[in-house]
Design a protein around this ligand. Structure first.
Ligand code: 13P
Length: 238
């Protein structure tokens, strides 16, 4: 079954969350959906028995890290997954410095990791996609092999230029990139990983994306924000 991840980013207020929960009530049709709301709403999803994850975790367990949220605190709210290395974290918060530590912490505390990787438009045009993805994979995995298994890490391939732009790589391009990611991680780290696609997935392009054979799921941003659209979208996913 495909894994469907809804990344709300820094959107929605309490009244929107209440309405969202009302609308999706029992309508997920047995799809495997994980919600990634802002931290302050994690408990709302957990209390209704939905799978819920954090959009990020602190690289420290506790202590002097003003404004951050510890994985232990997030676990108390009910997370079982966390995104790590989303391109917006890498861009605005210098996340590359902390990714390796975050992976180790998540694995230590038995939280499943969704590691986000992806190339910029310049890198894509220069044919550097694979080089960049390998670098991001190595940074995250190479010091953490003792903690990682096939079941605690998933990769989300999100080309930066496809995020929030309504631009999307061709099916062939996505399929080839996913296949290269799987092959690289297997040959280098002996891990068989699942790979999700993210970047401008919506209810209009999902049927075309569903033709891609090696996609294990989707990481969906803006099209997850409206519960009606999101329900239409997930019902088109096998
Ligand atoms: P969009 O679906 O809005 O392009 O966002 C993708 C994303 O960044 C999910 O993490």
């Amino acid at each position: 079954m495909k894994l469907i991840c809804a990344n709300f980013k820094m959107n929605l207020l309490k009244k929107d969350i209440n309405l969202y929960l009302k609308k999706i009530n029992n309508n997920l049709n047995n799809k495997k959906v994980i919600f990634f709301p802002s931290n302050i709403y994690i408990k709302d999803f957990h209390d209704k028995n939905y799978l819920v994850g954090a959009q990020d975790i602190s690289f420290q367990e506790f202590g002097a890290c003003t404004g951050d949220t510890s994985i232990l605190q997030l676990k108390e709210l009910g997370i079982t997954y966390t995104l790590i290395g989303h391109s917006e974290r890498r861009q605005f918060f210098n996340d590359d410095l902390y990714i390796s530590k975050k992976i180790a912490l998540a694995a230590k505390h038995k939280i499943k990791i969704i590691l986000c990787i992806g190339e910029s438009i310049e890198e894509f045009k220069d044919n550097k996609t694979l080089e960049i993805l390998k670098k991001e994979i190595d940074l995250a995995l190479k010091n953490n092999l003792k903690y990682l298994t096939t079941s605690n890490i998933i990769i989300a391939y999100e080309p930066i230029w496809a995020i929030g732009t309504n631009k999307i790589p061709t099916n062939l391009c996505i399929q080839e990139t996913i296949s290269l990611i799987k092959k690289y991680i297997f040959t280098t780290y002996n891990l068989k990983v699942k790979v999700l696609y993210g970047g401008s997935v919506n209810e209009n392009n999902i049927l075309e994306l569903e033709k891609i054979k090696n996609i294990d799921g989707y990481l969906i941003g803006s099209s997850s924000l409206n519960p009606d659209n999101f329900l239409t979208l997930i019902n088109k996913i096998n």
